[in-house]
Design a protein around this ligand. Structure first.
Ligand SMILES: Nc1ncnc2c1ncn2[C@@H]1O[C@H](COP(=O)(O)OP(=O)(O)O)[C@@H](O)[C@H]1O
Ligand SMILES: [Mg+2]
Length: 359
């Protein structure tokens, strides 16, 4: 799957841009403030119907414009190309897939799996667990769409259980929500577990390529004590949960760590190595979705060269060149060090919100 014929209008400083990206690696080069991240933001909006760096659309819409529009033709090997588009105005969101209006962004997300890697992604392993659950669930969803039904069922039951805990009405209601949470929560945990088992070999291959070490291991924590069913754990913690006013254990507390020789990798790696490790994790996820999911991925990498020396930059560039996904990677300066990658890539220069194809 790849984006062809991308049109962007009124996204930050980009008034209007039309480009024909290559189906593999696209390099976007421009000075600070030229509009590179804005172009990635536009592509992200096309796949998710929201921005990654603004809560409200008004911030992303170009000053003095009413709405922004991003649209593209999405080609895939297995189906005819589909035209998708997103229009955001201050209050409205319009999504269209193949000329039909769709109300939920789920269809868009399934049609165009997008993964973003930005300089702040390096902090993934030290952030709150929510960020890690999001990235893990992104992969689990794209490999198996039914995962989302269980995740939603689980969240509904969890909010009901928390409401019951807060109301003090636990004798009559809690058992019902415990049952519901247990069914969906066990399914969510199983799907995450299977997903990580599938991911591990891709992760080992990616860390071997980027860090020269294939011994990094993903370790999943399902969110309640191992050896217990979720139903037992919930029943055992009911009284403590009532004092807290919320549910302390369950699939909503899942997390994962990355171990090297049994110890958390983040304790021993340098910042640059951490960047490579997170890239290896995210690119392994992308590769797995490319091979197992319904649609191939589009990967957005903002400021790819930041924190990398020339040797490591070259490694990353070679690695992505050998992946089947479509990449959009931004650079402040021309990445001279990887000449043969550049030769096989499409290159665009971004200047004052204008995007110019340059090879
Ligand atoms: N809503 C907006 N309307 C117009 N310009 C904007 C808006 N939001 C940000 N900008 C401007 O867009 C420019 C491009 O930003 P950005 O894409 O982050 O640049 P970079 O190339 O460094 O990634 C910045 O100069 C910023 O001031
Ligand atoms: Mg930027």
């Amino acid at each position: 799957m790849s984006i062809e014929r991308l049109s962007v209008s009124n996204v930050r400083n980009i008034e209007s841009a039309v480009l024909d990206p290559g189906e593999r690696v696209n390099l976007l080069i421009g000075e600070n403030g030229s509009g590179k991240t804005s172009l990635l933001e536009a592509i992200y909006i096309l796949g998710r119907a929201r921005s990654f760096r603004a809560r409200v659309a008004a911030q992303v819409i170009r000053e003095r414009a009413e709405s922004l529009v991003v649209s593209a033709r999405v080609a895939s090997q297995s189906r005819a190309p589909v035209q998708i588009g997103v229009r955001l105005s201050g209050r409205h969101r319009e999504i269209s897939v193949s000329g039909q209006r769709v109300l939920s962004s789920a269809e868009l997300v399934a049609a165009l799996p997008i993964l973003l890697i930005q300089p702040s992604s390096t902090a993934l392993m030290v952030e709150a667990p929510k960020a890690r659950r999001q990235i893990m669930d992104w992969g689990a969803f794209h490999v198996e769409h039914r995962f989302l039904d269980h995740l939603r069922g689980y969240s509904r039951a969890l909010s009901q259980r928390n409401a019951a805990l807060r109301s003090g009405n636990i004798d009559t209601n809690l058992a019902i929500w415990d049952q519901e949470m247990a069914i969906h929560g066990e399914a969510v945990a199983d799907a995450r577990h299977i997903y990580f088992e599938m991911l591990q070999p891709y992760f080992a291959a990616a860390t071997a390529a980027l860090l020269g070490d294939e011994n990094f291991v993903l370790k999943l924590n399902k969110g309640w004590p191992t050896g217990q069913t979720l139903l037992t754990a919930l029943a055992a913690e009911a009284q403590a949960d009532q004092r807290l006013g919320y549910t302390g254990s369950g699939a909503h507390k899942a997390d994962f760590s990355i171990l090297l020789k049994g110890r958390p990798a983040r304790l021993t790696l340098s910042r640059g190595q951490m960047k490579l490790l997170i890239m290896a994790l995210l690119l392994a996820q992308v590769r797995l979705v490319d091979e197992q999911g319904e649609a191939g991925c589009t990967v957005l990498i903002d400021d790819l060269a930041s924190e990398l020396d020339n040797k490591n930059l070259k490694r990353v560039m070679h690695f992505i060149m050998n992946q089947p996904s479509q990449f959009f990677a931004t650079f402040v300066e021309h990445p001279e060090c990887a000449a043969n990658v550049i030769a096989g890539s499409a290159m665009f220069h971004v200047e004052h919100g204008k995007v110019i194809h340059s090879n």
